[in-house]
Design a protein around this ligand. Sequence first.
Ligand code: NAD
Length: 421
Amino acid sequence: MSVMVPSTTPAQITPGRQALDSTLHQLGQAADHLGLGDGLRTMLSTPRRSLTVSVPVRREDGRMDIVQGYRVQHNVSRGPAKGGLRFHPGTDIHEVTALAMWMTWKCALADIPYGGAKGGVAVDPATLDSRELERLTRRYVNEILPMMGPDNDIPAPDVGTDEQTMAWIMDAYSSKAGHTLPSKPVPPGGSPGQAGATSRGVQIAALAALGRSPDGVTVAVQGFGKVGALTAQYLADAGCKVVAVSDASGGVYAPAGLDLAGLRAWVAESGHVLGYRHADALGRDELFELNVDVLVPAALGSAITEANAPHVRARLVVEAANGPTTPEADEILTANGTTVVPDILANAGGVIVSYLEWVQIMQASSWSEEQAEQRMRHLMESTYAEVAALAARRGLTLRQAAHVIAVGRVAEAHQTRALCS
Ligand code: NAD
């Protein structure tokens, strides 16, 4: 038996710790603006429930590995906890806590009745085959079962997981609960699902922030996974010219615009963007410095730091990823006149559509995909307008304004329920 535990030394600042520092910084700024008292600040900066589990994975060759798994419910004062599940070797309890906190603010900002949660398993899914992944997923569900359920905590896909992972989770939970949870079946060949809705929401936020015709607007997208690939496509469909994308393997660049269908077919075949013949190769991080109008980080956290922020030439950054910009980088971008549409606003489309699906299940009704998308579009546009108006009125960045609204709503829920003053 081998134990796969992320190797960190106490002195090392992990990406997870960096993410948590960013969330706490953003919360602190919003709390100052709102004049919140110490009790509320402590409550809002502390997760409600936090579970670390050791998950055994039986490998096909008979070996048994143990991986670390986490589930954190940051806040449930406005409704059941909702949040994605990440399979990534670098994930840790700090990162999962930060991501859960961002979920709380995202749901509150869109004014949907969910709290914030997140899960993570410190594993590289590319090293497991489908049967191993299924066993790992089911075992993880077993371990975190006391926290789960449609009235407590609802999972969603994130980095390294997909609609198939969600179907295994639903089945594992249902077999323990003794009844099947109502949910949408996964169609053969997969479905764009929540990531498709997230990408559509990113497109809506980007077009709202652009404030002009998207025709010919140049775009670079970091990350060509579930969210990045569809965001690139939806922006191209709207008239933008997607000239560069990257993934963990490297980047590709075509100044006349990438053939995204061709690139997706290449990625489906090879597993990465590197080596795509109809574009120039680009260093993975060169993408940030390209002369484009819009930059969309759609990969992992802390991608834009104080080291590369001074070289960003895009006038608009739209955060499809969670936590892609560190607070130091944020200040540099703002000082350089770059507008940043923050994660809790830009990538809220997925959770909004999940909420709309939940409403349909509760009402035993069914809307067409167009009806659901129309409602999501309306909510995204009205939320963007609310954030932009507050930012203009109070001289705040979009991120600060979004956090003031979101943190204010959660604080109000605590005060109304007399949980804290
Ligand atoms: P995914 O696993 O499908 O894709 C991640 C992509 O990022 C892959 O293409 C990977 O190669 C790439 N990547 C990793 N490291 C990179 C690096 N250093 N440089 C360039 N590319 C790199 O994940 P996803 O579901 O598309 O999620 C992407 C981001 O969007 C995450 O931050 C996630 O939290 C956020 N998000 C996802 C959803 C969702 O519904 N899946 C919803 C909201 C937010």
